[in-house]
Design a protein around this ligand. Structure first.
Ligand code: HOZ
Length: 429
């Protein structure tokens, strides 16, 4: 185990004044045991901790850092924007640029509202779906995580799953009862629920490629059937593309699968590392939002100029460099490099990947839903994780999270990572 005395000291101080010592998703560290390291700086594909250790980073601030850390182009855009003011609470040109940028690339979005986080985006989608349809029930899928919205902390993924709290305390039972949960990829369960409850369903929210219970692929036809059922019964289909939007392709999963949602929640990559979310969809639905319509939605810092400058700079750079094909190349190199070590591990390990997003499940694959993901050997995962960390490779500290590759990762980073994983798999045997 690498010595991290300064991190330990800071963590001890943090625990006195911050619940659990953490603010960010790094709370998932509880899932692997031990204490998180404190970051001194982040650059490109690397993190350096306050004790002087360097790590190849596959967390990328949990998704946003698709160009790697501190990309010059984003930093310059933020500096430039900051010189003109930090926040206005008044319209400014970047809001129009961002709205036009997003709507030009995601045809399902005719109008978009900026918010400050993915949670705000999904929360607003639910309210809008309820306001638009006049119905109360929401359907979600087990293991999908859509932020810490009351209605959605029911059989949730991500940190809630890692910490064994998929149904949070503090969520009124009456509200939780309005959320119907179904297993992902189970078309029969979906059809049954629409037969029974279709007339009361305001919307179905789904990560079209769930990435908060590890990474799970939709089975052929599942999302298409979901679309048909929502249309037939008048409920809205809400895609949570906070993780996948502008990450797996320019137009997210909806571009890859061709299924058109009514509403989409975005975040992470579109903020370039600053706090941002957005939600959008058909104009007919979005026009129900205040101040045009009766569904209230608000936020003092929404459309913040620094966040929009960062996000636009990042997304334009992705387009300019056709980054998605490079990200696919890097992901494919990692995958092919791991084939032999996974076969040689002597116990079941499954790599699931979409472009630059990936997860190593410590169980037999394919993993198609939460119950299958939960068969993973989390004790073995923890051993694997700590070995990698101690040898300079940082993966998400939970079996139920997804790793991210950035354009700043080099071929050498991937080769080194494969070598470390190979030894880590052996170590965890
Ligand atoms: N979407 C984040 C990664 N799965 C989780 C956010 C959080 O846990 O705070």
């Amino acid at each position: 185990m690498s010595a991290r005395p300064r991190s330990q000291e800071l963590f001890a101080a943090a625990r006195v004044r911050i619940p659990g010592g953490v603010n960010s998703p790094v709370r998932a560290f509880r899932g692997v045991g031990g204490e998180p390291f404190f970051v001194e700086r982040a650059e490109g594909s690397h993190l350096r901790d306050v004790d002087g250790h360097e790590y190849i980073d596959y967390v990328g601030t949990w998704g946003p850092a698709i160009l790697g850390h501190t990309p010059r182009i984003v930093i310059d855009a933020v500096r430039e924007a900051a010189g003109r003011g930090l926040s206005y609470g008044l319209p400014h040109p970047l809001e129009v640029e961002m709205a036009e940028f997003i709507t030009a690339r995601l045809p399902s979005i005719e109008k978009v509202r900026m918010v400050n986080s993915g949670t705000e985006a999904t929360m607003s989608c639910l309210r809008l779906a309820r306001g638009f349809t006049g119905r109360d029930k929401i359907v979600k899928f087990e293991g999908c995580y859509h932020g810490h919205v009351d209605s959605l902390l029911v059989r949730a993924g991500s940190g809630a799953l890692t910490l064994g709290q998929p149904d949070s305390a503090g969520v009124p039972r009456a509200l939780a009862e309005l959320t119907i949960t179904l297993p992902f990829n189970d078309t029969s369960a979906l059809e049954e629920i629409f037969v029974r409850e279709g007339a009361g369903i305001a919307g179905v929210i789904v990560e079209p490629v769930p990435a908060n219970a590890g990474l799970i692929h939709p089975l052929p036809g599942f999302l298409e059937r979901l679309r048909e059922l929502c249309t037939a019964h008048g409920g809205l289909l809400i895609f949570d593309e906070v993780m996948t939007g502008f990450r797996v392709a320019r137009g997210g999963v909806q571009e890859l699968c061709g299924v058109v949602p009514d509403l989409t929640a975005l975040g992470k990559v579109i903020g370039g590392g600053l706090p941002v979310g957005a939600f959008g969809g058909r104009a007919e639905v979005m026009d129900h939002l205040a101040p045009d319509g009766p569904v209230y939605q608000a936020g003092t810092l929404s459309g913040n100029p620094l966040a929009l400058a960062a996000g636009l700079a990042q997304m334009r750079e992705l387009e300019r460099t056709e980054a998605w094909s490079r990200l696919e190349q890097l992901g494919a190199a990692l995958q092919s490099g791991l084939e032999a070590p996974i076969r040689a591990a002597g116990y079941p390990v499954t790599l699931q990947r979409l472009g630059s997003m990936f997860c190593l499940f410590f169980t037999e694959g394919p993993v198609n839903n939460l119950d299958e993901a939960k068969k993973s050997d989390t004790v073995r995962f923890a051993k694997f994780f700590h070995y990698c960390l101690d040898h300079g490779v940082y993966f998400p500290p939970s079996q139920f999270e997804t790793g991210f590759i950035s354009t700043a990762h080099t071929d050498e980073d991937i080769v080194r990572t494969v070598a470390v994983i190979t030894r880590a798999l052996h170590h965890a045997a």
